[in-house]
Write a protein that binds this ligand. Structure first.
Ligand code: AMP
Ligand code: ZN
Length: 112
């Protein structure tokens, strides 16, 4: 996906402040944080959104959620709590068409 900003981050063509990386997952700080702690967790393969999930992604998805917990601990929000969001499509305001999970925390988050 040549014009995907997150694929470019994965390839190292765009810099990012990495929190965690392995063969299939990358976590990095959001460039425009909306909470004191704002990290994005993404698969390294290009999947457009949750709508594109297939059977073959079962293990990947479990691994992502396992890493979300580990990353939450790494950035120090596991004890205080955090929110996980994945925007899908237009009404949710999905700006980057590469599946990603926002981890938000570090302060009391708005309930709406
Ligand atoms: P969404 O609206 O769910 O598609 O979220 C996309 C997120 O990606 C936004 O919170 C952006 O601030 C973030 N973002 C876009 N480009 C970059 C980048 N180069 N590095 C880090 N975060 C980015
Ligand atoms: Zn991509």
């Amino acid at each position: 996906m040549e014009d995907c900003v997150f694929c470019k981050i994965i390839k190292g063509e765009i810099p990012s402040k990495k929190v965690y990386e392995d063969d299939e997952i990358l976590a990095f700080y959001d460039i425009n944080p909306i909470a004191k702690v704002h990290v994005l967790v993404i698969p390294k393969i290009h999947i457009e959104s949750l709508l594109e999930l297939k059977d073959e992604h079962k293990y990947l998805l479990f691994n992502i959620f396992e890493k979300i917990n580990e990353v939450a601990e790494m950035v120090g929000v596991d004890k205080t709590g955090f929110r996980v969001i994945s925007n899908v499509g237009k009404d949710a305001g999905q700006a980057v068409k590469h599946l990603h999970f926002h981890i938000l925390g570090g302060e009391t988050l708005p309930t709406r």
